[in-house]
Design a protein around this ligand. Structure first.
Ligand SMILES: Cc1cc2nc3c(=O)[nH]c(=O)nc-3n(C[C@H](O)[C@H](O)[C@H](O)COP(=O)(O)OP(=O)(O)OC[C@H]3O[C@@H](n4cnc5c(N)ncnc54)[C@H](O)[C@@H]3O)c2cc1C
Length: 404
């Protein structure tokens, strides 16, 4: 691996080092492209590494890619692109095996994967690596890329994108000024914009500070089409108290393993495993009706009764969450915790086809920056899957394009 400080040129230039960018970079490198991986700050900085809950794939005996696809379409209220959904769900198993080949060890039980049911799903389909799934996936992808022949360009913030006579020219703000890099094909994998959006709204967000959305704006300025960009997702279970947990996303697997939402009177007021938009709205409505609770610092909240999770499930699938709350003086297995929705995910994004190509020839997009796979409402666990499935596709297609 070699650091690049001056003007350079690559077959495939990937922008962003989250799960989708890393998957694209690994796939393009394995296809023998000369790959550059440019990223705004450090290579480790991204939302993907913060993902805890898990990744969906239809491995259950009563499950299939078709049932998975039906769940996605229903959760999206039929706004997702059915062809992208078919690709997502039919390649899920091979994406999991690819990640395993790269070193990810999914939690297993009874001789198979430990599968949980997540919100909006009709089957148990969520694979986990404890509750640090995103960390495990990004680490394996990063280690694989760094063992290959690609170049990492940390502290390269994309500021411009222009079509030239033999491919694309990109401009980056670096510590040494603006640097231009040419590439035969570009993969945009710069994530969503919920951190910036939450700052504008004065709200909490689960997102990494680099999730600011400027790469989408740069692509749009070059003529790329978008869809569903207005549809931002609230995670139903933001941590609301103690203060150190504000903006933390309490894994949805707490509800998969038995936790339920309760109002001030201790009543269940919604299906705790409904689709995300429905659960978040139910919490907003309950608080609006005056049936919520207030945190010690006066924030609106409801209860998440985590005492219903068995200690065994918690130790296997929620160890990080337990550790964080216990170190803040609260044991979720003996007392319920305060929760309220937080801004979490950009459902829409750049329009892509099934090869992950945007409406700009030679510019591909994958992960949260791309739209269509989730329509206006993503199911939990389908983002890491999308990053892997469409990241791989984008890397391979970009390598082909760079040779054309
Ligand atoms: C707390 C949390 C928990 C989650 N849990 C789950 C889960 O359990 N399951 C699931 O499926 N999904 C989960 N998600 C969603 C999922 O993790 C993300 O949507 C997904 O990982 C996004 O991956 P990405 O590669 O598209 O973007 P990111 O991982 O956000 O990476 C974007 C990259 O682009 C870089 N970048 C940004 N702007 C620029 C620029 N101008 N120039 C260069 N580089 C730039 C960033 O620095 C970063 O490296 C969770 C998200 C969060 C925040």
């Amino acid at each position: 691996m070699r650091p690049v400080r001056t003007r350079a040129s690559f077959d495939v230039l990937v922008i962003g080092s989250g799960a989708s960018g890393l998957a694209a970079a690994v796939a393009a490198d394995r296809a023998s492209a000369r790959v550059g991986l440019a990223t705004k700050t450090t290579v480790q900085a991204c939302n993907s590494a913060k993902a805890q809950g898990g990744i969906q794939a239809a491995f259950g005996e009563d499950d299939s890619p078709e049932i998975h696809a039906e769940d996605v379409m229903r959760s999206s209220h039929d706004t997702a692109n059915p062809r992208l959904v078919e690709v997502l769900t039919s390649e899920a198993a091979s994406a999991i095996h690819w990640l395993e080949e790269l070193g990810v060890e999914f939690t297993r039980s009874n001789g198979g994967y430990r599968l949980a049911r997540c919100g909006g799903a009709s089957r148990q389909r969520l694979l986990q690596v404890g509750d640090r799934t995103g960390h495990a996936i990004t680490k394996a992808l990063r280690d694989t890329f760094e063992a290959g022949s690609g170049a990492e360009l940390a502290h390269h913030e994309l500021v411009g994108l222009q079509l030239g006579s033999s491919g694309w020219t990109t401009s980056f703000q670096t510590k040494d000024g603006v640097v231009e890099i040419n590439a035969g094909a570009i993969v945009l994998a710069a994530g969503g914009r919920c951190y910036a959006e939450a700052e504008n709204r004065g709200e909490l967000s689960t997102n990494h500070p680099n999730a600011t959305g400027e790469v989408t704006r740069i692509a749009v300025a070059s003529g790329a089409e978008t869809r569903d960009l207005d549809a931002l997702q609230y995670h139903p279970n933001g941590g609301a108290w103690p203060a150190t947990m504000q903006g933390y996303s309490i894994p949805e697997t707490t509800r998969a393993y038995g936790a339920v939402l309760l109002n001030a009177d201790g009543e269940e007021f919604t299906d705790s495993l409904g689709p995300r938009d429905a659960v978040s709205q139910a919490i907003f409505d309950e608080v609006e009706k005056g049936k919520g609770v207030l945190t010690p610092d006066g924030r609106p909240a409801v209860w998440l009764d985590t005492t219903r999770i068995t200690p065994e499930d918690a130790e296997i699938s929620l160890p990080y969450m337990l550790r964080r709350y216990r170190s803040a003086g609260i044991d979720p297995l003996t007392e319920p915790i305060y929760t309220y929705p937080v801004l979490h995910y950009q459902n829409g994004g750049l329009v892509i086809d099934e090869r992950a190509e945007t409406t700009l020839e030679g510019v591909f997009a994958c992960g949260e920056i791309a739209g269509g796979t989730h329509g206006k409402n993503r199911m939990m666990g389908n983002s890491l899957l999308e990053c892997t499935v469409f990241g791989r596709r984008a890397g391979r297609a970009a390598e082909e394009r760079s040779r054309a």
